[in-house]
Design a protein around this ligand. Structure first.
Ligand SMILES: Cc1ncc(COP(=O)(O)O)c(C=O)c1O
Length: 299
């Protein structure tokens, strides 16, 4: 399976009225047609695993619009690994594209209510029965493991290979926080002064700080020296899509000359624009990270 590393770093021609020094997009959405964006980096271990070492089965969990589940289901279908996905919430009466692709790619789906989902996620004992068979690989929500975080840092090294000066800001969407932390790690690896702005897509996600702290402690990095989380752009919450959000998505797509989706990348652009309006980016070199997920695009 071919992933098109390194992803392009595209320079955007900015209209004069935008108070931004310079803007570039890290096009991870172009890494692969189905395993796009941060998912191509997060799932790299499985993409590269030799045939003889593949697990007999993978079990994972996520929301019913999860781009990560979508990418993993495609990968498991191509590599002939049986996949079970535990999905939060009731089974919808009509399957949208993300879910119908999961079925097409032979993913076994179990819908569980929010309480059970939380129990499975936060209490590893609850998982024991599911994982009692040999050679079952458990992947947490979002595929957010320490090895995924390390793989995400490689994207920053790709930027380092093509720019003269480090960017002042990198804007990136946040679901579990693994992608954000991987980018912070890359910035710290390169000894850059860059500030990484993580734009949280989920409402009331105060628990994120604990998750990020735990990973950062294990990796021995001081994430707050280079990273900040922005919680005020989550709108009504994850997956709640309204006409104003879609209108802004179209406006940003025009500015960046590429497609976006409403849940993550559009909200990240909202934050970038708000920073620009506050005059914070006037003389700054800014990178916005395109994390893919375009099968979830609505227009
Ligand atoms: C398009 C997109 N952007 C951002 C994220 C957030 O990534 P993370 O869970 O690593 O914070 C996701 C989730 O995987 C995603 O699908």
């Amino acid at each position: 399976m071919n992933i098109n590393f390194p992803s392009p770093l595209q320079t955007i021609l900015l209209p004069k009225e935008l108070a931004i020094g310079s803007l570039m997009v890290k096009r991870d959405d172009l890494l692969h047609s189905e395993i796009s964006g941060n998912k191509a980096r997060k799932l790299l271990d499985i993409i590269k695993l030799p045939e003889a070492e593949l697990p007999e089965r993978i079990v994972t969990m996520g929301g019913n619009r999860s781009n990560y589940l979508h990418a993993l289901a495609y990968l498991c279908c191509k590599r002939n690994i049986p996949l079970k996905a535990i999905i939060r919430g009731h089974e919808p009466t009509e399957y949208h594209k993300t879910l119908s692709d999961l079925v097409r790619w032979r993913c076994e789906i179990e819908f569980v209510d929010k309480l059970k989902f939380r129990d499975l996620r936060d209490n590893s004992n609850a998982m024991k029965d599911l994982l009692s068979q040999d050679n079952v690989l458990w992947l947490p929500e979002g595929g957010s493991t320490l090895s995924a975080i390390n793989a995400l840092a490689s994207g920053v090294h790709e930027i380092g290979a093509v720019v003269e000066n480090e960017p002042d800001y990198i804007f990136v969407p946040v679901g579990t926080g693994a992608t954000f932390l991987g980018i912070v790690k890359g910035v710290i690896d390169l000894k850059w002064q860059t500030k990484v702005v993580g734009v949280v897509a989920i409402k009331d996600a105060s628990y994120l700080r604990n998750w990020i702290d735990d990973w950062a402690n294990t990796l021995v990095i001081d994430w707050e020296s280079h990273g900040q989380l922005e919680h005020s752009f989550a709108e009504a919450g994850f997956g709640k899509i309204n006409p104003s959000l879609l209108e802004r998505q179209l406006k940003y797509e025009h500015l960046l000359s590429c497609l976006l989706e409403p849940v993550y990348t559009t909200k990240t652009m909202d934050a970038l624009m708000a920073f620009a309006e506050r005059g914070l980016l006037k003389n700054s070199d800014v990178v916005v990270w395109h994390t893919g997920g375009l099968q979830g695009r609505v227009n």
